[in-house]
Design a protein around this ligand. Structure first.
Ligand SMILES: [Zn+2]
Length: 150
């Protein structure tokens, strides 16, 4: 291959157009690199583009169920960090505890109305800091109130 043709080849390679794919969520045509890889699909990529997947995850994390899942995950991680036993309840038990708290609706509504300000996110405080997460040792407050306590 001569010098010129090599440059031509490189130019063509650099400008090579990636295969396009239509997102099943936003219906925009985007380059394949805008999709997460996924083994189970025919083209090896997700049906939704990365932007839509991200928005979807954020939306789900803000629902009461999504919030419960995230809070529970954090409690497990914090317990490990502190060298404490894991929470003495399951995710399902925690979720029904959370939803049954008298102040849950108010906290969740305020959080939503604030545009999901992290300071106002519902948070779990341990009443007795020297023991781990147990059903009788947790109360529901905002993250801001919790930060002030610790
Ligand atoms: Zn999309």
């Amino acid at each position: 291959m001569g010098y010129l043709s090599e440059i031509t080849y490189k130019t063509l390679y650099l400008h090579k157009v990636q295969p396009m794919k239509k997102c099943k969520q936003c219906h925009h045509n985007k380059e394949l690199s805008e999709y997460n890889k996924r083994n189970s699909t025919s083209d090896g990529h997700h049906y939704y583009c990365k932007d839509c997947v991200r928005k979807d995850l954020t939306k789900r994390a803000r629902t009461p169920e999504g919030l419960a899942t995230r809070m529970y995950g954090r409690q497990k991680a914090r317990s490990i960090n502190r060298g404490h036993p894991a929470p003495d309840y399951t995710l399902v038990e925690f979720r029904s505890w959370l939803l049954s708290q008298p102040n849950f609706t108010e906290l969740h509504t305020n959080w939503k109305q604030s545009g999901y300000d992290m300071e106002l996110a519902p948070s779990c405080n341990r009443l007795n800091n020297s023991i781990h997460y147990t059903m009788s040792n947790i109360e529901l407050i905002t993250k801001h109130q919790n930060d002030l306590k610790s």
